[in-house]
Design a protein around this ligand. Structure first.
Ligand code: KG4
Ligand code: ZN
Length: 355
């Protein structure tokens, strides 16, 4: 089964051709065009700029991915594209590109949930069998999800305010460290003392697996406002902040693995690139006799190979919606729709719950 995947939900325009043979994924090509330069002057992703940049380049990125794979459109079994959740203008660009290619080639179109792409991403690199405990930590999401199979997800906990990646991005913005914030904070933390600043670990005294990171940003903002920080102070603050996030995530992971009948903890999403966080999670997993699986970095951050894989697994399982060419892009699309509908912890209103 050979699938073209397209990803445009945030600030990367990406396309990839993936072949799935007996459950094993071969990545035949991947093309990514990042918009970091376009958004850098604003210290964050500007939705309108993102949508326009995707529209200007989506066709070229797809053409390059097809070229690199050595295949032509008629040789594909289907076209998959992220159809939510994400910045809706960008999602629509990638989804419409995918629909147009599907219509032109007479191949099925597979609308893919971006979060399902992240959830399945470890399976790009190894046969990661179900069930596994997933910690999805990105710029937009921070959730513990029990993954029992394709389309079988149970939300166990979520941030109730900011995502962990967002917390990194906000600190970087406050300190003027540049965009994207996570890598900048990690670099700056390298020479810092993580015990220097006492920062909160919100919600850890509560039962359950929910998390909160907004208070951490407020606490850091107060320290920054209070006075001139030397370079060493800034390093110490970044190190203390990173430690607080790592502590919160690993304390929750510890609880998530208590009584879990599987033996794998998967960390996916851009924040999984952070070494301090990976190390903390690795220790927790070992304590529970489990293994930490972190996909290679290029599959942790947004990429199209994970979208192609999710599409291929859906096609193989006969889980492609009928009339998929009529699928409407979704700004919000929780993985565990049942929990999100019954108990919306995060987000709500007209656009629906995020988690
Ligand atoms: O998964 P991703 O590429 O995009 C989505 O949000 O879907 O994740 C991007 C997020 C950003 O918030 C970025 O600051 C964070 O991941 N990030 C990191 C690191 N690299 C990326 N956070 C902490 N440490 C890093 N090394
Ligand atoms: Zn993502």
């Amino acid at each position: 089964m050979t699938i073209l995947g397209i990803e445009t939900s945030c600030d990367e325009t990406a396309a990839s051709v993936v072949r799935l043979t007996d459950g094993r994924a071969d990545i035949l090509s991947e093309t990514v065009r990042s918009q970091i330069e376009e958004h850098a002057p604003y210290g964050g992703v500007v939705p309108e700029i993102a949508a326009r940049a995707h529209a200007e380049i989506a066709d070229k990125v797809v053409a390059a991915a097809l070229d690199d794979s050595g295949l032509s459109l008629p040789e594909l079994d289907a076209i998959a594209a992220t159809s939510g959740p994400g910045l809706i203008g960008g999602v629509m660009v990638g989804m419409m590109t995918g629909k147009a290619l599907a219509l032109a080639s007479g191949r099925p179109f597979i609308p893919v949930n971006h979060l399902e792409g992240h959830a399945l991403s470890p399976r790009l690199a190894e046969a990661c069998a179900f069930p596994y405990m997933l910690l999805l930590v990105s710029g937009g999401h921070c959730q513990f999800i029990r993954v029992d199979g394709l389309g079988d997800y149970q939300r166990l906990g979520t941030t109730i305010d900011d995502a962990a990646g967002e917390a990194f991005d906000k600190l970087a913005k406050l300190l003027g460290l540049g965009f994207p914030g996570g890598p900048a904070v990690e670099r700056t933390a390298a020479g810092g003392d993580e015990a220097r600043y006492k920062l909160p670990r919100p919600l850890l005294d509560r039962d359950g697996l929910d998390m909160s990171f907004a208070g951490l940003k407020t606490a850091a903002a107060r320290i920054i406002e209070a006075g001139d920080l030397s370079d060493q102070d800034v390093s110490d603050l970044c190190a203390s902040y990173q430690r607080a996030i790592a502590d919160c995530l690993s304390a929750r992971a510890d609880r998530a693995l208590e009584g879990f009948d599987g033996d794998r903890l998967v960390v996916a999403g851009g924040v999984a690139a952070n070494t301090a966080i990976r190390d903390a999670l690795d220790k927790v997993a070992s304590r529970h006799g489990a293994r930490l699986i972190a996909p290679p970095l290029r599959y942790c951050t947004d990429n199209a190979a994970m979208i192609a894989l999710a599409g291929a697994e859906r096609l193989a399982a006969g889980l492609v919606p009928e009339e998929s060419l009529g699928f409407a892009a979704r700004p919000r699309w929780p993985l565990d729709e049942k929990s999100a509908a019954e108990d919306p912890v995060y987000g709500g209103g007209k656009r629906g719950a995020k988690a």
